[in-house]
Design a protein around this ligand. Structure first.
Ligand SMILES: *Cc1c(COP(=O)(O)O)cnc(C)c1O
Length: 397
């Protein structure tokens, strides 16, 4: 059994704060501070350029990828870290399109994160081969899986509502029509167990600054199935994805295995923070995590619905159909969330009217949920949000 009291003690959180936004930016693993400091002084400071070999910097993207692989059910050697998630979305989609050259439809849903859609639009434009991005309602996705389909590109857990797609079922349907599937795990990796191998996923991408707690700007990851890794063509053909980067050939040849999905110089300091975070994740059983997460979200929904009738549940009521976050719709959601944050209950707001709360059992327990319900109830029943201070919209919401 995972000891969640022990994992909670491994995170730093500001005094008195109930942090329900680990789905947006995970909190600081206490060990990350010393780990990053050591990388700066003992590695960057003392080893300078030799750190690439002597401190293992160059091997970090795949070494850390293997540790993430366990959390997402990937085969070892098939996950690599680097760049940002938007870049990895582009890379996966470009490689996927290439595998189905005679079809033109890329299917996604309107619950997908805008950056994924923007990256697809940009890729289609630069390819100039007449691809069509078909954006449908989440519940209609399967009705559009037919013989025209080239690539299904979905985010498994909806960032706004937490609605969960059935990866195994949709991927099987996609394969049955001869297409491929690329999954974005931004709100799944570290939120629940994923079984990429069992689902026969073709490509997957995700980030490490949300549930994986590696800090702002931490690198993204990409997974390519063993079925495709030696045939897929990297569209972003940077030198570190080359077969022999230090041969400095003028012709690009893709590297062996997942190495080919690397692009340029990895973010070493940020990966030191990820390393510290994964030390905590190494102690977590993903089935225990899901059980604990469902208990917390059920407790939260029951408490809020009992006390705050003005809030409307925007997430699925069925825990099997949602990720590790709960969203409520409220007309004055932005101001209400600011009022909660001012009282140390931190969630976030997603336009147009969604108050979003993330539940990560690694550092949130049942007593935190009770305390959060009390604060939110106070804000709602006493209209504490109805104050000009809470209505000024910041750059980041
Ligand atoms: C958070 C998130 C992103 C953000 O992409 P970055 O390039 O890391 O800023 C993209 N897609 C999804 C689905 C996300 O949830």
């Amino acid at each position: 059994m995972t000891d969640f009291a022990a994992t909670k003690a491994m995170f730093y959180l500001p005094e008195g704060m109930i942090y329900l936004d680990g789905n947006s930016l995970g909190p600081l693993p206490k060990a990350a501070e010393a780990r990053v400091a050591r990388t700066i002084t003992a590695e960057w400071g003392e080893k300078v350029i030799t750190g690439w070999n002597r401190a293992g910097w160059m091997a970090q993207p795949t070494a850390l990828g293997d540790r993430i692989a366990r959390l997402i059910g990937a085969e070892p050697g098939h996950v690599v870290l680097g760049d940002t998630l938007s870049i990895k979305v582009y890379q996966a989609l470009a490689a996927a399109i290439d595998l189905v050259p005679d079809r033109k439809v890329i299917l996604t849903d309107n619950g997908n994160f805008p950056s994924d859609i923007y990256m697809a639009e940009g890729l289609i434009k630069s390819l100039g081969r007449g691809h069509e991005l078909r954006v449908v309602d989440p519940q209609d996705v399967e009705n559009h899986i037919n013989d025209d389909l080239a690539v299904l590109m979905l985010t498994q857990v909806d960032y706004r509502t937490g609605r969960l797609h059935d990866m195994a079922d949709l991927t099987a349907k996609v394969h049955a029509v001869g297409a491929v599937a690329s999954w974005d795990l931004a709100h799944t990796a570290g939120a629940m167990a994923v079984d990429l191998k069992g689902c026969n996923a073709d490509f997957a991408v995700g980030c490490t600054y949300k549930y994986l707690n590696a800090g702002p700007g931490a690198p993204a990851f990409i997974y390519v199935s063993p079925r495709h890794i030696n045939t897929c063509q990297p569209a972003l053909s940077g030198w570190l994805g080359h077969e022999a980067p230090f041969a400095f050939d003028l012709d690009y040849r893709p590297g062996t295995g997942i190495e080919r999905m690397r692009v340029g110089t990895p973010s070493v300091l940020q990966m030191a923070a990820l390393d510290a975070s994964l030390d905590i994740w190494d102690q977590v059983d993903m089935d225990d995590l899901r059980t604990a997460s469902i208990a917390l979200t059920e407790q939260f929904i029951a408490g809020i619905e009992a006390q705050c009738p003005m809030l409307t549940l925007a997430s699925s009521r069925n825990p099997q159909e949602r990720g590790s976050q709960v969203s409520f719709a409220f007309e004055h959601g932005y101001a209400a969330m600011q009022a909660c944050i001012a009282r140390n209950v931190v969630g976030d707001f997603r336009a147009p009217n969604i108050m979003r709360f993330g539940f990560c059992p690694l550092f949130i327990d049942a007593s935190d949920v009770d305390a959060a319900i009390n604060v939110i109830t106070d804000v709602m029943t006493n209209r504490l949000w109805d104050h000009p201070d809470y209505k000024r919209v910041s750059r980041v919401t």
